[in-house]
Design a protein around this ligand. Structure first.
Ligand SMILES: *Cc1c(COP(=O)(O)O)cnc(C)c1O
Length: 223
């Protein structure tokens, strides 16, 4: 096995362990391999090792990388970064685009709804700690945004996404993950909870994550 395949296998093992701790079926958890700032060749290696979902943060990087990887059976791209409205067309043209994770405002919802004709799955991003450096709507604004997403003709509200503040101990992010799950229940915001990264995806799964976004633990540190 290649080093990358070994790391991917270790991540899958931890997903299974976390699911078992929470008495959940590991098949309920989708792993997104976050390939930002990694070459197309790494995506291909991860695909060959069994990864099917890939996450990118920058529209231009995804637009360049997707054709290099090529269309492949079951391969799905997730856009997990902050999306500027003027990049929506470029993003929507990417072959194999699955969910758009970082939707956080009504203008962006409307821009996506206007520009897409086939149903597009979106996740609403919530900024739980009110960090100025991060996008996402406030928990207070979520109810209205959920209603607006539901009213969009071509968008399908699939759930919520969050990126908690960086902490030393993954246990410290547990309350944020729990809060996102409660928000989803309160607002009936769709089936998915996209939360958990390399340092804390086990905790996220214990708290109900259905999608984890893991970069470093699969591809190694980014330059
Ligand atoms: C980079 C990134 C990740 C992956 O982070 P790692 O710590 O490398 O696992 C997950 N989600 C988002 C939104 C990111 O930008």
């Amino acid at each position: 096995m290649t080093e990358l395949a070994l790391r991917l296998a270790a991540v899958h093992q931890e997903i299974e362990a976390a699911a078992s701790r929470a008495k959940r079926d590991p098949a309920e958890v989708t792993l997104i391999a976050v390939s930002k700032r990694k070459p197309a060749a790494d995506v291909v290696s991860a695909y060959e090792a069994g990864a099917r979902h890939f996450g990118e943060n920058y529209v231009q990087e995804l637009v360049d990388k997707a054709p290099q990887v090529g269309p492949r059976p079951e391969l799905v791209w997730h856009y997990i970064g902050h999306l500027q409205r003027n990049k929506a067309n470029a993003l929507l043209a990417v072959e194999g685009l699955g969910l758009v994770h970082g939707v956080d405002g009504s203008k962006l919802l409307r821009a996506l709804d206007k520009r897409t004709t086939s149903p597009l799955g979106v996740l609403l991003q919530v900024n739980l700690a009110g960090e100025a450096s991060k996008s996402g709507c406030t928990p207070e604004a979520l109810g209205e945004l959920v209603a607006e997403a539901r009213a969009c003709e071509h968008l399908e509200l699939r759930g919520l996404m969050t990126m908690p503040p960086p902490v030393d101990d993954p246990e410290d992010v547990r309350p944020f993950f729990r809060q996102l799950r409660e928000l989803r229940e309160r607002h009936d915001a769709g089936p998915e909870l996209s939360m958990g990264m390399s340092s804390d995806f086990g905790v996220a799964i214990e708290e109900g994550a259905t999608i984890v976004r893991v970069g470093t633990a699969i591809f190694g540190a980014r330059a």
